[in-house]
Design a protein around this ligand. Structure first.
Ligand SMILES: Nc1ncnc2c1ncn2[C@@H]1O[C@H](COP(=O)(O)OP(=O)(O)O)[C@@H](O)[C@H]1O
Ligand SMILES: Cc1ncc(COP(=O)(O)OP(=O)(O)O)c(N)n1
Length: 268
């Protein structure tokens, strides 16, 4: 069985972070493992508090996994601080996993900072150059390129600028723009649009986490980058179509295994 590791924060409400990543791995038929970087007290409405995990414990979690179990793919989510970024980057340089999908998580839907403002430069310098693929949403890309993004042309320019930071490939997600949620992949040579149709729902908590984990899982199973991204876009579209009306805020995406199995998304 293929294996996937998520290095991310815990969402107590189960909709985003480590919990969304592990549910996605399971639904797509890969064995999931986790390194928890921070614990958030979070639900569908808000992030109430964040506790960063001690750096030595983060390093120990990574070493415990890599020293014993083969890791086919890594997904990176919430890193919280510059110190955590430094520790994660050092460990990944040591173990050199084949695929690293980076979701540059910065701010929650409710506006809580999940990456400290002074950690953005560390993210750019230490993590982005390790990325097989980075998957920013529009506000994250705007922070990375220090410019606003409103149009398809500006999305293309942003992809080029983020690629120039050292990522092997960039998937710029269009969910935060008006209209249909079209994402743009730049693989270092070519642009590919992944067209979506906007699903009218407030239950979109964890969409970014789900998409990046699905891409990581698909890469582990042997898909090419472009196949992995296309399959993941189908997965997130199904997960939003069947999203769950839990809680009083933004409910979570749905990872019900049978749903994807029936839709032939699980390749063994
Ligand atoms: N309402 C929606 N209907 C269909 N797809 C969506 C919707 N909202 C987001 N998406 C898709 O979900 C994925 C995550 O996008 P986005 O919401 O922009 O990221 P994030 O969760 O990081 O803010 C993208 O593929 C995006 O196009
Ligand atoms: C612990 C944790 N990690 C990441 C996020 C952000 O998740 P995302 O998929 O971008 O979804 P929203 O927060 O935008 O709903 C998170 N909230 N918590």
């Amino acid at each position: 069985m293929k294996t996937a590791l998520t290095i991310a924060g815990s969402d107590s409400g189960g909709g985003a972070g480590i919990q969304a990543d592990l549910k996605t791995f399971s639904a797509l038929g890969v064995y999931g493992m986790s390194v928890i970087t921070a614990v958030t007290a979070q639900n569908t409405q808000e992030v109430r508090s964040v506790q960063d995990i001690e750096i030595s414990i983060i390093k120990d979690q990574i070493e415990a996994i890599f020293d014993d179990i083969h890791v086919d793919t890594v997904k990176i989510g919430m890193l919280s601080s510059a110190e955590t970024i430094e520790a994660v980057a050092q460990s990944l340089q040591k173990y050199q996993p084949k695929f690293i999908v980076v979701d540059p998580v910065m701010v929650s839907k409710g506006g809580h900072h999940l990456l400290q403002l002074d950690a953005v430069s560390a993210l750019k310098e230490k993590i982005i150059p390790l990325a097989t693929l980075i998957t920013p949403n529009i506000p994250e890309a705007e922070v990375l390129v220090k410019d606003t993004i409103h149009s398809a042309e500006e999305m293309m320019e942003a992809c080029l600028a983020i690629h120039a930071l050292g990522a092997n490939a960039v998937l710029l997600k269009g969910g935060h723009l008006n209209g249909d949620p079209n994402d743009l992949l730049f693989d270092g040579e070519n642009f590919t649009w992944l067209k979506g149709t906007r699903i009218q729902t407030k239950n979109t908590h964890g969409t970014g986490c789900t998409l990046s984990s699905a891409i990581a899982a698909n890469l582990a199973k042997g898909a090419s980058l472009i196949e992995a991204v296309h399959e993941a876009k189908r997965y997130i579209t199904l997960a939003i179509t069947h999203s769950l009306n839990l809680g009083k805020g933004h409910g979570p995406t749905n990872h019900f295994y049978e749903l994807y199995n029936k839709a032939n998304l699980v390749k063994k």
